[in-house]
Design a protein around this ligand. Structure first.
Ligand code: ZN
Length: 270
């Protein structure tokens, strides 16, 4: 199991086999390969606020969308703030945040049950969460850094899908995409305290390194949280890939000390 690396027209991207098997969605997690950005943004930067020309980023979106078979006009992007608010997207939102100005503010998760509305969320170490309810059908994406994880963005997205669409959680399938792995993610005491206040099982997520530094496993934290929300463990796919360890494939905020590009998760119902 795990995510699967694909290559089309020189563009590398990852897909989740269990999502593809439903035949209900087009989806991908991007890599940095195959675009036209140069320097530290080489080469498929999909973030508009990373120091790239807007024109270059749009060109990268066109290249990426062509490779994964999504119409660029369908894209709807989030505006992430490390909180836990969720936006229900519809056809009228298409283009927002990519091809036109967006009025979607402060949303770290997007969900929809409408076809051809391609949700987009941004990453460079934070945890990408993919959701597919094959029954309704409906889809979702959530951006979970350590703050979003503490604020239970994953659990809240599941609850919101239940509330808005009647999603049967026992049938929900989820993907946890490439992010900074536990072995690379050092945090200090205040972060540990937040987890201690929020999760009974906090100890299983940390490993003490000495000198007030801890390693935090955000993948496991989100896997546990999805199970808390009622998702079956066999319905959760993890990527096994660390953004920090793979400069050949991914941007990493921590590794590149903030001077880096953006990766995206994208999903739409067909
Ligand atoms: Zn790593």
């Amino acid at each position: 199991m795990g995510f699967e690396l694909r290559k089309k027209n020189g563009v590398k991207f990852l897909i989740i086999p269990s999502f593809e098997a439903t035949g209900l969605v087009r989806h991908a997690f991007s890599t940095r390969n195959g675009g036209c950005s140069v320097g530290y943004l080489e080469s498929l930067n999909l973030g508009f606020n990373k120091g790239d020309e807007e024109e270059t980023v749009l060109k990268n979106y066109q290249i990426f969308c062509d490779a994964i078979g999504i119409n660029m006009e369908n894209l709807v992007a989030s505006n992430q703030v490390h909180e836990n608010e969720i936006y229900v997207a519809t056809k009228k939102d298409r283009g927002k945040g990519i091809l036109k100005k967006s009025d979607i503010k402060g949303k770290d998760a997007l969900i929809t049950k409408e076809k051809n509305v391609a949700l987009v969320t941004y990453y460079a170490d934070c945890v990408p969460l993919f959701f597919l309810d094959p029954v309704t059908p409906a889809v979702g994406l959530a951006h979970a850094g350590w703050r979003g994880t503490v604020k239970k963005i994953g659990l809240r997205t599941v609850e919101k899908m239940k509330e808005e669409f009647g999603t049967p959680v026992e049938r929900l399938i989820c993907g946890i995409g490439p992010c900074i792995a536990g072995s690379c993610y050092e945090v200090d005491e205040p972060v540990v305290e937040k987890f201690k206040e929020t999760f009974e099982y906090w100890e299983s997520l940390f490993e003490y390194k000495g000198n007030g530094r801890w390693l935090l496993d955000l993948v496991e934290a989100n896997r546990m949280q999805l199970m808390d929300a009622g998702v079956r463990p066999e319905n959760i796919t993890t990527s096994g890939l660390c953004t920090h360890c793979r400069p050949d494939l991914f941007y990493s905020y921590r590794r590149d000390k903030g001077k880096t590009g953006s990766l995206v998760a994208v999903i739409e119902l067909t």
